[in-house]
Write a protein that binds this ligand. Structure first.
Ligand code: SF4
Length: 353
């Protein structure tokens, strides 16, 4: 199903377009110390292999800002420097070749500091992400981080940049509370054409973060709102990228990777479906071509229930069968299910089917 996306003014973070007609992109943030160049580059490589398209680096001090030049030399992935309060760190990162800044101009101490950052961004065609969350609202005006407070805060930061004729802006409005995050983005989307970076912040450990992000980000994407996504998980950053990929694929916004269609199993199951699904998922994480693979626990409902899968297996009392688009193509040994599926996936990955 196709749905209409909100009209936005595109920006470019290095080679990745955000907004306009560009596909919704996936980003993450390193959890290493940016000063530790070796560890940070290693994590960026893992993120890139998982499908991350933009990576953000926290820049808490000058040593971290100075490390960006060495990190830049080691990766072509677009880099975003995340900076609070200190415009000098932004200038060092821009000189070191970052592709975007995440900085709130209203938090810089002097107007001339904002002007210096804006001039350096303009010279390099580098966009600025304004990122507001519960901690960045105006407490003199709002006692709670309501959706209206988040929007008001974002619009205030935007106004500062617009007064300097700088429009290369994207925005995030994040909250840990899913309904607030959704509502803030809806209000903001109705008021401006700036592209939106979506995410539920402080979302917690794996299961909770996946659920909260899927609901919050998913609800907005279904409304056509959202141009780039960061899933936040307290855990391995690669899981953030994997989750974002599944969210986008589930909504039909990115058709890529192996989508496993598997039954929940029941008393009729004839083999260890869970083991096969887990191994299949882990061993095909690098596949970018979109392939739907069904793994069904028995032959009773197998091929019929999974008829829209590209390939699949179902297992009967004596034999297992391989099927394509709901039609059985051949018998396979029960103990060879995983190998046959992996081989079929690799064949399809390299073919034009
Ligand atoms: Fe049960 Fe077979 Fe359906 Fe799986 S496919 S849930 S094993 S009936």
């Amino acid at each position: 199903m196709e749905f209409r996306r909100r009209k936005t003014r595109p920006v470019h973070v290095g080679k990745v377009g955000i907004g306009g007609d560009y596909p919704v992109s996936i980003q993450s943030m390193t959890s290493t110390s940016t000063k530790d160049v070796t560890a940070t580059v290693a994590q960026i490589r893992r993120l890139e292999e998982a499908g991350c398209e933009i990576v953000r680096l926290g820049i808490p001090d000058e040593e971290s800002a100075r490390a960006v030049r060495d990190i830049r030399r080691e990766t072509l992935l677009p880099l975003v420097a995340d900076i609070h309060f200190d415009h000098r760190l932004a200038l060092i990162c821009l000189e070191s070749g970052v592709d975007a800044l995440r900085i709130n101009p209203g938090n810089l101490r002097k107007r001339e500091h904002v002007e210096a950052v804006v001039a350096a961004c303009r010279e390099r065609s580098v966009p600025i992400r304004i990122g507001v969350n519960g901690g960045s609202i105006d407490r003199t005006k709002y006692s709670h981080p309501t959706p209206e407070a988040l929007v008001d805060s974002a619009l205030g930061h935007i106004r500062i940049l617009e007064e300097m004729n700088f429009f290369d802006i994207k925005v995030s409005l994040k909250a840990s509370d899913v309904p607030s995050m959704v509502e803030a983005n809806r209000i903001f989307a109705a008021k401006t054409e700036y592209p939106l970076h979506l995410g539920v912040t402080e979302a917690g450990g794996l299961i909770q973060a996946v659920v909260k992000s899927s609901i919050g980000v998913g609800a907005l994407l279904l409304d056509g709102i959202g141009d780039t996504v960061r899933v936040s998980i307290t855990g391995d950053v690669v899981q953030e990228v994997e989750t974002a990929r599944v969210i986008l694929r589930s909504l039909g916004l990115r058709r890529e990777g192996v989508e496993v269609v598997s039954c929940p199993t029941c008393a009729r199951k004839e083999f260890d479906v869970e083991r096969v699904v887990n191994e299949l998922t882990a061993r095909t994480a690098d596949v970018r071509k979109y392939i739907r693979v069904a793994v069904m626990g028995c032959a009773v409902n197998g091929p019929g229930e999974a008829s829209d899968a590209d390939i699949g297996v179902a297992v009967g009392k004596t034999d297992a069968v391989l099927f394509e688009a709901g039609k059985i193509v051949r018998k396979i040994p029960r103990e060879g299910i995983l190998d046959v599926l992996l081989s079929e996936i690799r064949n399809r990955e390299n073919s034009r089917i």
